[in-house]
Design a protein around this ligand. Structure first.
Ligand code: ZN
Length: 304
């Protein structure tokens, strides 16, 4: 098996799905001093920020939390139950926390790659599921309020005539390295750091296969047509609610016409250039822990 991409837990966190309907077990774990809480505030995660040290995820015990918030069972890690805790209603969430350590809420995209892998994974999971709860407080069928069930893995409509269950959702996005044998197609968005070029990506639409989504997105953004779409690997991407599905694809045409509403630029890059170029402000590759970089590196190092 390949190494997991970042934010994937590699199976170390047991999601314990069979415990979600066990109300007694959930009640006991919520008051268990061994359980740990993963606070989220308005899509920001809690980290310990000691000067000069890499950030660490802050996992708090019950006695360290004076604030109220809705909790969601994440699962079991090293024999402790972990819960996401949504503190979003608070205006000053740190005031409700009683830790000895310096804490701050921050954007996971800023600190994620610096965290230990299981920490990044739990923070991504907590961020993704609390975001889903925040967007499903009312039933999309009848408009009545919903409430959380099954440890936070279902929201059910409170209108007895409706009673509809709503399940957490993840929106699939495709990300693809397109190549023609010796060259690959990389693009650049205006908002990216100076010089950064990366693989193309986009959202899967209803009624579309993943292979069709890859081909459509590449053609829309660059007018290049592809075939031989093959799956590579995936990466959770809770920013706010996606999973990135990574592919390699072979170009059937090579003339590029860039859609400038999506991309600033897109070009073919030679394998030798990518293997030897040192990052600078004219050209740099995506960061090493990203699925985009994995897609590029695995193509570069594959026999042509
Ligand atoms: Zn309803």
């Amino acid at each position: 098996m390949k190494d997991a991409n970042f934010y994937a837990a590699q199976g170390v966190v047991d999601r314990a799905g069979w415990r979600r309907k066990d109300k007694d077990w959930l009640t006991q774990r919520l008051s268990d001093p061994e359980s740990r809480f993963v606070p989220v505030w308005r899509s920001q995660n809690l980290v310990v920020s000691l000067a000069g040290a890499a950030p660490q995820a802050a996992f708090l015990a019950r006695h360290e939390i004076a604030a109220e918030g809705e909790s969601v069972l994440l699962g079991i890690f090293e024999e402790r139950a972990y819960f996401a805790l949504d503190l979003s209603p608070a205006e000053a969430p740190l005031e409700g926390l009683r830790s000895e350590l310096p804490l701050e809420f921050t954007d996971l995209r800023r600190v994620g790659p610096l965290l230990a892998r299981h920490e990044g994974s739990l923070l991504a999971y907590a961020r993704g599921i609390t975001y889903w709860h925040s967007r499903h407080r009312f039933c999309g069928i009848c408009g009545s309020p919903t409430h959380s069930e099954e440890g936070g893995h279902v929201r059910r409509c409170t209108n007895p005539q409706c009673n509809a269950p709503h399940f957490p959702r993840t929106d699939p996005a495709v990300i693809m390295l397109v190549h023609d044998g010796e060259r690959c197609l990389l693009g650049r968005q205006r908002i990216w750091p100076a010089g950064m070029h990366s693989t193309l990506a986009g959202f899967v639409e209803p009624g579309e296969s993943l292979e069709e989504a890859v081909a459509r997105e590449v053609e829309e953004e660059t007018a290049v047509r592809v075939d031989q779409v093959s799956y590579h690997s995936s990466q959770p991407w809770p920013f706010p609610a996606s999973i990135m599905l990574g592919f390699h694809a072979r170009a059937r045409s090579t003339e590029i016409r860039v859609d400038h509403s999506e991309l600033e630029d897109a070009r073919w890059y030679d394998r030798n250039f990518l293997l030897t170029h040192q990052d600078d402000d004219q050209f740099r590759m995506p960061r090493k822990d990203s699925i985009a970089r994995r897609l590029i590196e695995d193509w570069l190092r594959r026999d042509a």
